[in-house]
Design a binder for this molecule. Structure first.
Ligand code: AMP
Length: 373
């Protein structure tokens, strides 16, 4: 099959066209159509866009095109708030740059420093990093950013929420002043605007999803429910007509996952578990059925959900509350993708009010309290 060098109105090189074909990206999403040409022209860009709009490829495609693969230098730096996002962005850029020979490495906390040092022994063109770990490397001299042409601040609002502002300052000061800077954020409160004014030069402001085509946000709701009543509430929600087409349910432990799976099946629901004790091929086959919509309910631990490419679902249910904000954000990112609506539900039991406060302080009044079902 001949490969088209046109991606909508955008011209791409043959190797990138091959990646796009392999990834099934036939047409640019709205944000890609706007952002890619600007980035290619060297312009600084502020993009207001949620996860699910295709924002990663909106900077990923021009970056992999611009990299000089003959040079051993790090030419692009992408900062992300969480290690999950670092891995996700790295994976997408790896695929986009695969046939151009672009080397992309993710640097994040929680992984052994040695492993990352080995990865850095070979030249890397693009680095995707969380700020803390990147700074460790910079201080040790294992990463140098003096040849960076483009810096990307991804999910900047979350980075500020986590308190990364000083780290961002430290890192960007060690990149060339002549660099191009891109900033992406789901929300644009004052502090993000000042961040943009501080680090970007005459940026073009792009917002996807105006009045005409709203980017559907995740609807976030919670139920106050006693711990022992959670199974009953879940059953009621799943039985309500026309509500939940497909649900991804999170539990903290493997034992909890198995127990809930058994309960659900006993009540006649089409549910399966996924966790780290299963073999990779068992996990893959469950995900395959879930993706094909042959399975309605997937009960998962966080760990299982991380490494896996779980498809978007109509409902994410936090049956056990997440351990921290990062995890919450990661979990709810599994719904409302590519403009489709989605709902994230939290079961708040008698022990969980601190966590609820934390989430509320992050998402504010977007989180709705629901009457018991
Ligand atoms: P993101 O907003 O970057 O998290 O992307 C959301 C999802 O859309 C990811 O699963 C991407 O693989 C997918 N995606 C991004 N761009 C395109 C495109 N042009 N066509 C189809 N799918 C896309």
């Amino acid at each position: 099959m001949p490969i088209s060098l046109n991606f909508g109105e955008i011209t791409v090189s043959a190797p990138v066209a091959r990646s796009l074909a392999a990834m099934g990206y036939g047409e640019p999403t709205p944000i890609q159509a706007e952002v890619i040409p600007l980035v290619k022209s060297g312009q600084d860009v502020v993009g207001q866009a949620q996860t699910g709009t295709g924002k990663t490829a909106s900077f990923g495609i021009p970056l992999v095109e611009m990299v000089d693969t003959r040079s051993p230098d790090i030419q692009a730096l992408i900062l992300t708030p969480t290690r999950e996002l670092s891995m996700q962005v790295r994976d997408e850029i790896l695929r986009l740059g695969e046939y151009r020979g672009v080397k992309t490495v993710a640097i994040y906390g929680g992984q052994s420093m040695n492993k990352q040092l080995t990865a850095l022994d070979r030249p890397s063109h693009i680095i995707v990093a969380t700020p803390g770990r990147l700074m460790d490397h910079m201080e040790r001299g294992t990463i140098r950013l003096n040849e960076v042409k483009t810096a990307v601040l991804d999910e900047a609002d979350q980075m500020l929420d986590i308190g990364f502002a000083p780290d961002i300052a430290y890192i960007l000061r060690r990149t060339p002043r002549s660099r191009q800077t891109l900033l992406f954020s789901a929300t644009m409160p004052g502090p993000i605007r000042s961040l943009a004014h501080r680090y970007l030069r005459n940026p073009e402001w792009i917002r996807v999803g105006g009045e005409a085509e709203p980017v559907k946000e995740v609807r976030q709701v919670y139920y106050e429910v006693a711990e022992r009543d959670r199974t009953r509430l879940l059953g009621n929600l799943l039985k309500a007509p026309d509500s939940i087409t497909q649900a991804l349910i999170f539990r903290r432990t493997k034992v909890g996952v198995d127990k809930l799976e058994r309960n659900l099946r006993r009540s006649g629901f089409d549910a399966q578990a996924i966790h780290g004790d299963m073999t990779q091929s068992q996990r893959n086959s469950v995900i395959k059925r879930f993706r094909a919509k042959e399975l309605r309910i997937l009960v998962a631990t966080n760990v299982a959900s991380r490494g896996l490419d779980i498809p978007a679902v109509s409902h994410v249910i936090n049956y056990d509350v997440p351990d921290n904000l990062e995890e919450y954000v990661h979990r709810i990112g599994r719904t409302a993708r590519m403009g489709r609506p989605g709902t994230a539900i939290i079961f708040v039991s008698e022990w969980d009010f601190d966590t609820l406060d934390l989430i509320q302080s992050h998402v504010g009044n977007q989180l709705e309290r629901m009457a018991p079902a």
